[in-house]
Design a protein around this ligand. Structure first.
Ligand SMILES: [Zn+2]
Length: 374
């Protein structure tokens, strides 16, 4: 899930907001101002309920942010890379990059989020008792507290990608020392919980709660999908174990970026049958890469006059690896889902090849074949 815009940085972590959050904030404001607040705090004006609703929505987003920041900052403390927190529809699905060094660290990073939600929950409910729920402040605090308790409990359900699933993963990993087994179990549990929630959503739907049913169903669907993706990721990771970059990369000789498209196609694309090319500039430095798809999009008139450079893609965001390194680490680098290039392979200062999505799956199939024969 990508951030639509960036709010700012907290403790070095970029906080971004997805458009879906604004929709949710709007829905929360409406449900507070139009139902919950008037039912609890009597005799106020519509404007006051509306302001209360807005404050409640901001408070909820703030507490979700606190939960996520907890994960992020705890992760950072233990050397994990956390570039940003994307706040989105369901707020609480933490995504951390990089290898977790140990089950202990994983448990700490996963546990801190629900702990913060629970803390906010207790403080909120406590404040409601102190102020009384007939006051606007008390009602809002009580509501925020209850929602946070629910958030904490929901996130503690023991299935990936929920925090409880991470805790389960850490527990199995710690007990057995087998990460992949832990991932298989945690993601299987995640799918079970997801299907269970789907059942609950269907039940809600049949009982007439259309919005509630859709809501639960959506969360369930997100869980099932994410758990499946984690299982596949883990499969990929164990498939790549023991392989080096060299065995999964596609060797590439950089080719000149100043040729016009037509000439480039005749000289390089047709004879080599490659679909991705590393480009080098007139100054001898790598200038980017280009795919045959990019070339195919160039219109007829431009083919004869425009240099390939004009259509090239930047390598700035592409991770750089060396041939002797472990292939597994490719999976840790977060990449735009659309990029066909997973890594640029540099050996002693010279570009020697690319790791591509298709090349990687081919290498995996080969590894499986060889594995079966021995
Ligand atoms: Zn969390």
């Amino acid at each position: 899930m990508r951030s639509t815009f960036t709010l700012g940085r907290i403790g070095g972590v970029k906080v971004g907001i997805n458009w879906s959050v604004l929709v949710i904030a709007g829905l929360i404001t409406v449900s507070l101002a139009g139902g919950i607040l008037p039912a609890t705090v009597a005799g106020r004006s519509d404007a006051e309920y509306l302001i209360g609703g807005v404050i409640g929505a901001i408070g909820l987003l703030g507490s979700i942010l606190a939960h996520e920041l907890g994960h992020a900052l705890m992760g950072r403390r233990h050397g994990l890379e956390v570039e940003s927190i994307p706040l989105w529809l369901f707020g609480g699905l933490a995504q951390l990059d990089g290898e977790l060094p140990s089950a202990r660290v994983e448990a700490k990073v996963a546990g801190i989020g629900p702990a913060i939600s629970l803390f906010v929950g207790v403080v909120g409910v406590g404040a409601a008792f102190v102020f009384g729920t007939s006051s606007m402040a008390g009602a809002l605090m009580g509501w925020l507290g209850l929602v946070n308790v629910v958030l904490a409990v929901f996130n503690l359900l023991p299935g990936a990608p929920l925090d409880g699933g991470r805790l389960l993963h850490a527990f199995i990993w710690g007990r057995t020392g087998d990460r992949h087994k832990a991932t298989r179990s945690a993601s299987a549990a995640g799918r079970v919980i997801g299907y269970g929630l789907m059942g609950i959503g269907l039940f809600q739907f049949m009982l007439g709660s259309v919005v509630g049913g859709l809501w639960t169903g959506t969360i369930a669907w997100v869980l099932v999908t994410a758990a499946g993706a984690e299982a596949r990721h883990s499969q990929l990771q164990s498939g790549l174990s023991g392989l080096t970059i060299e065995s999964v990369m596609e060797p590439r000789e950089p080719v000149p970026d100043w040729l016009v498209v037509e000439e480039f196609v005749l000289r390089y694309v047709l004879p080599t049958r490659q679909s991705l090319f590393l480009l080098v500039g007139f100054d001898g430095r790598l200038s980017g890469y280009i795919s045959i798809k990019d070339l195919a999009r160039v219109n007829e008139d431009d083919r004869l006059i425009q240099p390939v450079r004009r259509y090239s893609r930047s390598l700035a965001e592409v991770p750089v690896v060396a041939p002797h390194e472990q292939a597994q680490q490719i999976l840790n680098a977060r990449q735009a889902a659309v990029s066909p290039v997973l890594a640029l392979v540099i050996d002693g200062g010279d570009p020697v090849g690319l790791v591509t999505r298709s090349g990687l799956s081919g290498a995996l199939e080969r590894a499986r074949l060889v594995g079966r024969r021995t």
